[in-house]
Design a protein around this ligand. Sequence first.
Ligand SMILES: [Zn+2]
Length: 171
Amino acid sequence: MPMIPFLEKFPELGARETRSVTATHRQDLPDGEYGFLELYCDEPGCDCRRVMIDVLRPETGWSKIWATISYGWESLDFYRKWGGADSDPIEIKGPYLDPLNPQTKYSSALLNLFRFLIQSPDYVERFQRHYQMFRESVDREHGRSITHETNRIENRRQRLRDPKRRRRHPR
Ligand SMILES: [Zn+2]
């Protein structure tokens, strides 16, 4: 599924509410700042209730991904139902290091740091709020394109039914 940065849809709020951590004198991480950029799924009608985190650093121009973490805040039961019989709800819920996306040798230390951060209910509530905003925006945009398509078809039907239009096409 396509994951899009929250910052892309909500630049100001995203900049204000992106969590960052400054590491000092840690054994497992270089000193400095680590930003936890949130990405959400933009598939219309999807309800996966997960966040993907790209860990970025100002030292590497906010462009190199130091770790990719996937996390779902709902209960295991939710992901069991959502994922169906073939999926592992523990894996979907996470948090885990996404094997399909960039990782570095610091990934597991950053995952531990993230595990520590989500012990704060405020942080988890922020994901839920951002997810809600993001989903509403996706569905609004998608809804607009559906309405547009319906209008187009409706207009064509009316044109076909228009008696004047028929008269202009003599047999
Ligand atoms: Zn989704």
